[in-house]
Ligand binder design. Structure first.
Ligand code: ADP
Length: 304
């Protein structure tokens, strides 16, 4: 059994005191793969798919991915480009982000249709996000989604986390069209209600579910921060699941990414959408009580 998450992972430079920066690697779809690896039984292969360069930092990134237990069988290399980078700045306790990703190798993900088809072939679950689509040149988005549609008709379960980043899209219209296109090739769609309200004028989570169901999705879980998740599957109808109450959110990074992993892994193991939302919300509530995107302590029993 094979779970593939596909998108962009970047170099992260975070303040480490006295003018020092600590180098890490991060990305929304990578976070989902990382959590999926820890949730799925060893019989599953969890792969991370992207395009990196052939330089030293790309080699470090590939080693990091493999070191976290993920398969690199869907990692492609670009001869001239390298990976994207972002830097976190701290001012008065507030974090801000600067990005260097305009020419990243990941933007070429859909440039070679044969390579892309190979990457997607034989997967049981394929997960991607609104960021995966947003970084692609606009004509490549269609090619990418066509390849996913083929993988889906060959039997893969395709999942789409809408993960809105307005600044990555060339216009609000392109973002709306891109999200609708991405969802149209997905079995499972994982939107956040505040974003759907802004982009599509939805008034209730049921509106969001109806829109994606009309587009061809068979399962939708509408997240809403600390408020109830509305989970729907064509075969079950919809249910509201209240996330565990979190007294103090330490860092909300990767709430949605870990939710996606929790949800998809539960579904892959046969859980109903309601049960999957319950498990996903449980995981996300623990993740947001840790600093950073990845919380190994949850899995090693060192949680405080
Ligand atoms: P995204 O990060 O994708 O925008 P949300 O912010 O809605 O999505 O968060 C994803 C999930 O994380 C929620 O559905 C919920 O399960 C959990 N979560 C987020 N914020 C909180 C919170 N304050 N308390 C408890 N759970 C939360």
């Amino acid at each position: 059994m094979n779970f593939l998450s596909i998108g962009e992972i970047m170099v992260e430079l975070a303040p480490a005191g006295e003018g020092l920066l600590r180098q890490g690697f991060a990305g929304d779809t990578f976070n989902t793969a990382w959590y999926a690896r820890r949730l799925l039984p060893p019989g599953w292969t969890v792969s991370y798919g992207t395009v990196i360069g052939e330089d030293a930092v790309s080699d470090d990134m590939a080693r990091f991915i493999a070191g976290e237990g993920l398969s690199t069988d869907a990692l492609a290399r670009h001869p001239d480009r390298t990976v994207g980078l972002y830097m976190i700045s701290l001012k008065d306790g507030e974090r801000s982000f600067s990005y260097w990703r305009g020419q990243s190798a990941a933007k070429t993900l859909a440039d070679d249709p044969v390579r892309l088809a190979d990457m997607l072939k034989g997967r049981d679950t394929i997960h991607f996000s609104g960021i995966t689509l947003a970084i692609l040149p606009s004509d490549a988005r269609r090619a990418f989604c066509d390849a996913l549609a083929t993988a889906r008709s060959d039997g893969a379960h395709v999942s789409f986390d809408t993960n809105l980043r307005p600044r990555l899209w060339e216009s609000p219209d392109a973002m709306r069209d891109g999200l609708t296109l991405g969802a149209s090739v997905a079995d499972t769609v994982l939107p956040s209600f505040d974003e759907e309200q802004t982009v599509f004028d939805d008034t209730t989570p049921e509106d969001t579910i109806a829109r994606y169901a009309n587009g061809g999705a068979t399962c939708v879980a509408v997240k809403n921060g600390g408020a109830a998740v509305t989970a729907w599957a064509a075969s079950e109808g919809s249910a509201e699941i209240a996330p565990p109450r979190v007294a103090q959110v330490v860092d909300s990074t990767a709430a949605g990414d870990s939710f996606a992993a929790g949800f998809l892994c539960a579904r892959a193991e046969g859980a109903s959408a309601a049960e999957a939302a319950h498990r996903a919300a449980d995981l996300a509530s623990r993740v947001i009580q840790h600093r950073g995107a990845l919380a190994p302590a949850i899995f090693t029993g060192d949680e405080t």
